[in-house]
Design a protein around this ligand. Sequence first.
Ligand code: GRF
Length: 200
Amino acid sequence: MNKLRLAIFSSHSGSNFQAIIDAIKEGRLNAEIACLITNNSNAYCIERAKANNIPYRHISNKTHPNQSDYEKALMNTLREFNVNLIVLAGYMKMIPPSIIKAYKNRIVNIHPALLPKFGGKGMFGINVHKAVIDAGEKITGATVHLVDEIYDNGKILNQMQVEVLPDDTPESLAQRVLAVEHQLYPQTLQLIAEHKIQLD
Ligand code: GRF
């Protein structure tokens, strides 16, 4: 694979997007961010793209109400920027099957738990940490996995653990897991860049 040209998909803050920007700047990740794609025109991740001269596109079912136009807009953008790896980072929409097919084994996601536990529909954001605490887990963490047609189901590529503390709230746990995501994602992308993690 040539140098990684990443399309970052983000719906909100984009702190994982920022962690990837920083890792590239600091020479810890040998990759280029070709573009940001967001479904949310008010998302702070757009500010992060602007501050780092990264092209961005707002593509959603609001900008493209017709499903096939929406999928064409995504595909055209990915081609326009010669993307070879799609990186979902706090992206709240399902990737259309047409894109998953075109980018087979070239879409990764980060999930704030140790999949296959605490994954699947509805398991995102604070809900994940609430479920982990309610289940009395002592260990949680973050997972980078390949994306396929089923939520949080693709091949697990890398994981990092986080201890659940007795006095943890979902919010305090979420904060510590997010900090681990910011280490795990750039590290995993670099292992992919070095072919130490095989995607196929
Ligand atoms: C967080 O819940 C994180 O665990 C998950 O997506 C959400 C937002 O992340 N990956 P970000 O700050 O927008 O990267």
